[in-house]
Design a protein around this ligand. Structure first.
Ligand code: HT7
Ligand code: ZN
Length: 893
């Protein structure tokens, strides 16, 4: 397979101004007629050849240039290109007729069928699976789309923009013509034809225009789209209030489909969603589902400006739209719910999954330098780390400065396809600030490690922070330069109060309680003056940069102090996490030393187990009724194994898992009265109506975290209580949490709860995803047989991405089974990747990329050998997709 390099970018030789498409949809095949108006974009006199992107399964029926059929020597057709030559000077029209078979398209790229409906997915390079085209985002054109289909099975015919015309045709067929007045790249093209129900509402913009909002879903789900509709309305209002951005058409459509490779797609005025991110009801959806629907509906809506009106010049710039839009959706959710808890959740995700990506075989900068399949670069790095880079501009420029930068960005680039440098320039120019050093964040992979040491000089009343940074080498990038790192800092006095800050060189009369230090070089010192007492520093407040922080001289007492007093909720939570992390690391070292006892339990207990001081600090948090329940739930949660693995060379993942379980059990035993009290305090009253609002969700978060810990006791009484809770739950959050607390404890309650869950929800595929996921992720050793059994269960379908993710990605989290010492878990994953690859290459690649296979080197020698053998087996497969090839081959290097 051929890689594409960022350095090779060249503008296209021609641009397309107008696109007229006609889709004739039929049961056996679809005809696509495309009329394209080209204009030259080349230098010189002689028209160069025009290479149009295509795919093997797109059958060329006819091609004309300027109304004339092309002679055989004027075009060349290969599996991937249709190249036209001998073209006229100046502007000209090309007409292309193709035939495709959406009903046989299981890749879910281009035009395909889902639950009997026709749908498209064109990002990143799916449009070329429909017709031959300049399938690249810097070719922006105005589209008119005519859709023709049989009326009875496909009463709804949709495309981008405004409906121009519609009517009946002979033979029970009908048509609709849509026109999109905004120029767009083809990846934002969309078409839907099917039998769908509709919920309609409106939104009045700040300039008084009434926008029609429509959500389409299968009839059985249409009563569950209210939350998505409210989320859309809130998002539209928020974008006006915060960024002054108003919706630009009179109609906004969302369509929910059940077969979709990713979460959703921001096609201009016709967003297409994975149904799991639209459909929500208290009985069938958890609080997390409600929050995700709100966040993703907003994310896709926000793309209308950040992605659609201003798009990417090339796919290497993907973070331009995704990093920025993730930042926007994070801020939206923070404003709608608890800002502190949202930040903690986002940082947890970054540290658990993105940091692992940054230190694995597929490590890449937020703006990658090369790819084989662009689909493999819709990653946590491009999205989540990209959002952190945008957040750093916000931190440095302040809210108003950032808004000015956004205004300038739109003023300069509306209607254009631009680069990450253009965005950074707008941010810099808006406030006259030099942000050129931030270029390093776009080109450098890996997570910087920052070390900070503090020194108090009582006589001089100064406190000096010495900060240094280092980024470890990543594959293909051994030398790393320093990057600019904003470190938000506060200083706490002995009474836990914040001290006023006087940063040397920054004196301007004000004495804030948080200062943002900018670490630009490899090493730097920052001096605070007028510091009246030896302070406890609160560092990296709000997680002001995506780095790993080590604080020299920070002892457990200081961390307990910060956990009890820090006014910055992120740092308060982080203090607890640091205490837990260092405990887990110490216990792992003991557990891995087989000379120290027979079992992991013995070795860990011999090392002192969980210290009383830590239990006491967590007890104080649990008992503090003034704290948000979701914050408490996060504060008593253990850091994920994947966060720890990077710091344990040659880790034995099962021993690490056992250590985490041991600590969880110890905490449950020692905090039992407080956990039970928390459950009692937060339990819903009988018959209480469910509400997804932040305060109610926070109560449930604490209750269910406490129940999880209690479940770890494996106590018969708790087991019976959990089973009762699965039966009496009035909402899915509580039902699934009780089942999750039972799932690792074999016994009658677990089996009964699983069986009853299935019986209750067997008609609801979206709910069964939870049932599949919870079983596949169970930590019960020897569970692989049960997981294999799920593959043959009537609830499971390999062709449905959601089902694959629920089963296979959950299995990856089942450490004792996935990492089983005999290699059976790895073999199962490899078999499954190969099987899925034949049906859907994007899903197979996601299964490969999300697994430990991309981090082989982090594990013990035996497991490395077992994983490598499976990667070799995958690579030896005939007909392996380029998607899986790219990830598997990088993982072996
Ligand atoms: N922009 C959307 C990306 C997307 C996608 C990419 C590759 C393959 C399938 C896909 N479906 C959607 C989603 C988003 O970030 O908003
Ligand atoms: Zn996006």
């Amino acid at each position: 397979p051929q890689a594409v390099y960022r350095k090779d970018y060249k503008p296209p030789p021609y641009l397309i101004e107008r696109v007229h498409l006609t889709f004739v949809l039929n049961e056996d095949s679809t005809r696509v007629l495309s009329r394209l108006s080209f204009k030259p974009n080349y230098d010189g006199e002689a028209p160069p050849p025009l290479p149009l992107d295509g795919r093997k399964d797109v059958k060329l029926v006819a091609v004309k240039v300027a109304g004339e059929a092309l002679a055989a020597d004027s075009y060349e057709l290969t599996d991937k290109k249709l190249t036209l030559s001998g073209l006229p000077k100046g502007a000209f029209e090309v007409e292309i007729e193709t035939e495709i078979k959406p009903q046989e398209n299981t890749s879910l790229e281009g035009l395909y069928k889902s639950s009997g409906n026709f749908v498209t997915q064109c990002e990143a390079e799916g449009f070329r699976g429909i017709t031959f085209f300049l399938d690249r985002p810097d070719v922006m054109a105005k589209y008119t789309t005519r859709v023709e289909a049989a009326k009875e099975p496909y009463p709804v015919l949709l495309s981008n923009g405004n409906l121009l015309d519609s009517g009946d045709l002979p033979d029970g067929r009908h048509f609709a013509v849509w026109e999109d007045p905004f120029p767009k790249p083809c990846y934002l093209f969309a078409l839907v034809a099917g039998s769908l129900s509709l919920k309609e509402d409106t939104f009045t913009t700040r300039s008084g225009r009434s926008i029609t909002l429509r959500i389409y879903a299968e009839a059985k789900d249409i009563d569950k789209v209210g939350h998505a509709m409210r989320s859309l309305q809130k998002a539209m209002k928020w974008d006006e209030d915060v960024f002054g951005l108003e919706y630009d058409l009179d109609l906004f459509n969302i369509v929910a489909v059940s077969d979709f490779n990713m979460g959703a797609m921001e096609n201009k005025s016709l967003n297409i969603f994975n149904s799991r991110l639209v459909i929500a009801s208290p009985a069938t959806s958890s609080d997390l589902d409600f929050a995700r629907v709100e966040g993703v509906v907003a994310h896709e809506y926000f793309h209308n400006w950040t992605g659609n009106r201003v798009t990417c010049r090339d796919w290497f710039q993907l973070t331009l739209k995704e990093g920025l839009t993730v930042f926007r959706d994070q801020e939206f959710s923070a404003d709608m719910n608890s800002r502190a808890v949202k930040r903690i959740d986002d940082v947890t995700r970054l540290r658990t999954a993105q940091f692992a990506e940054d230190s694995g075989a597929m490590s890449h900068p937020i703006r990658p330098d090369k790819y084989i399949k662009m689909d493999n670069f819709y990653t946590l790095t491009v999205y989540e780390k990209g959002a952190e880079i945008v957040r750093m501009y916000n931190t440095l420029l302040g809210k108003e400065g950032f808004r000015k930068g956004m205004d300038l960005y739109f003023q300069r680039h509306d209607g254009q396809a631009v680069t990450c440098d253009d965005f950074r320039a707008a941010m810099a120019d808006a406030k006259g600030r030099d942000l050129s050093a931030f270029a390093a964040w776009y080109g450098q992979a890996g997570t910087p490690q920052v070390t900070v040491a503090g020194e108090y000089d009582a006589a001089a009343r100064t406190f000096t922070l010495s900060a240094s940074q280092r980024t470890p080498p990543t594959p293909g990038q051994s030398d790393k330069a320093p990057v600019p790192i904003p470190i938000a800092v506060g200083l706490l006095g002995a009474d836990g109060q914040e001290l006023p800050l006087h940063l040397k060189g920054h004196e301007n009369g004000a004495a804030p309680t948080t200062e943002v230090l900018l670490l630009e070089g490899a090493q730097q010192e920052f001096v605070f003056t007028e510091v009246s007492e030896r302070p406890v520093p609160s560092l990296l407040r709000g997680f002001s940069a995506p780095v790993k922080l080590e604080v020299e001289g920070q002892d457990e007492e200081q961390l307990r102090f910060l956990l009890a007093h820090d006014s910055d909720p992120f740092c308060r939570w982080e203090a607890g996490q640091r205490l837990l992390r260092s405990l887990l690391m110490a216990l792992y070292a003991a557990a891995a030393d087989t000379a120290k006892g027979e079992s992991v339990e013995e070795r860990v207990a011999g090392a002192g187990g969980v210290p009383e001081a830590l239990v006491g600090a967590l007890r104080a948090v649990l008992d503090d009724p003034s704290l948000d329940g979701a914050f408490v739930a996060a504060a008593i949660s253990l850091p994920s194994a994947s966060e720890l693995i990077d710091d344990i060379p040659g880790v034995d993942p099962v021993v690490l898992h056992d250590v985490r379980q041991y600590v969880a059990r110890q905490l449950a035993e020692q905090l039992r009265p407080e956990l039970e009290a928390a459950v009692k305090r937060t339990d819903s009253a009988p018959g209480e109506a469910y509400s997804p609002d932040a305060a109610s969700a926070a109560r449930r978060a604490l209750k269910n975290r406490a129940l999880y810990y209690l479940g770890e006791l494996g106590d018969a009484e708790v087991g019976a209580d959990l089973l009762r809770r699965t039966r009496e739950a009035t909402n899915m959050t509580d039902h699934i949490a009780a089942l999750a607390a039972l799932i690792d404890h074999p016994g009658a309650e677990r089996d009964t709860a699983l069986q009853e869950f299935y019986e209750a929800w067997k008609g609801e595929p979206l709910v069964l995803l939870k049932w599949i996921g919870i079983q596949a992720g169970a930590h019960v050793p020897g569970n692989l047989g049960a997981v294999k059994g799920l593959l043959g269960h009537p609830a499971f379908a390999l062709s449905n991405p959601n089902m694959c993710y629920a089963l296979f990605l959950s299995f990856l989290r089942s450490t004792p089974n996935f990492h089983a010492a005999d290699g059976s878990g790895y073999a199962f994953l490899a078999d499954s990747i190969l099987q899925v690859d034949k049906v859907n290459r994007q899903v197979a690649a996601r299964m490969t990329g999300s697994s430990a296979f991309t981090s082989v080197r982090k594990f013990d020698a035996r497991r490395q050998g077992l994983m490598r053998a499976q990667l070799q087996r995958i690579l030896a497969q005939d007909g392996l997709s380029e998607n899986v090839y790219e990830i598997a081959s990088s993982s072996l290097q």
